[in-house]
Design a protein around this ligand. Structure first.
Ligand SMILES: O=C(O)CCC(=O)C(=O)O
Ligand SMILES: [Fe+2]
Length: 186
């Protein structure tokens, strides 16, 4: 599934966030990267001291991911949710302006995005006794489940391009990618 010799797009990203002006912050509501899920299986983030990453908790509150020295933060992604039949939910996370005592620093991010090999079909591992015990939630009929390649290309192509429709109730932006509802949380 994550075979070193197979074709796929597992990658490492190194990213620097520079402090923004008050004008930029007010135009973007202090959101640096909108709420989203990553599309691979897991993402490994090196914990680093300038807080900015938040996750959306099931109670609807955004919570800071606290820095722990030398720790790794692991996010489950879409592929993990599909393969585990919903047992592991893709983490909804965002990046916002750091708390006031940490503003003014350049923030470094180092991320490892593990993505299943291109030819892996994202169907639940229904032979797993754990999933059988907890129940399997399918997002697609197995016959229509996308491969990792189709899913990652769909999600990548959609970045910044699609016309997002604001959902009436809560202001969450939504789009369909290969028949699956993808949400962007502000
Ligand atoms: O900067 C961060 O801590 C997270 C970045 C992120 O979520 C992403 O690049 O997908
Ligand atoms: Fe992310």
């Amino acid at each position: 599934m994550h075979d070193f010799n197979a074709v796929g797009e597992t990658y490492v990203r190194f990213m620097k966030y520079y402090p923004r002006s008050d004008d930029e912050e007010s135009k973007t509501n202090s959101v640096w990267l909108k709420g989203h899920t990553d599309f691979g299986s897991i993402t490994i983030l090196w914990s680093q001291p300038v807080s900015a990453l938040q996750i959306l908790s099931p109670d609807g509150k955004w919570r800071w991911v606290r820095h722990v020295e030398n720790a790794l933060v692991i996010n489950a992604g879409d592929a993990m949710e599909f393969l585990s039949g919903g047992f592991y939910k893709a983490t909804i996370h965002r990046v916002i302006q750091p708390p006031s005592d940490q503003r003014g620093y350049t923030r470094l991010g180092v991320f490892y995005f593990a993505i299943p090999d291109d030819d892996v079909r994202l169907v639940p591992m229904s032979e797993s006794p754990v999933l059988q015990k907890h129940g399997i939630r399918r997002r697609f009929e197995d016959s229509e489940a996308p491969t990792a390649e189709v899913w990652r290309k769909g999600r990548t192509a959609a970045y910044g391009q699609s016309n997002l429709k604001k959902a009436e109730e809560n202001g969450v932006e939504e789009e369909y990618i290969n028949g699956v509802l993808v949400k962007h949380y502000n």
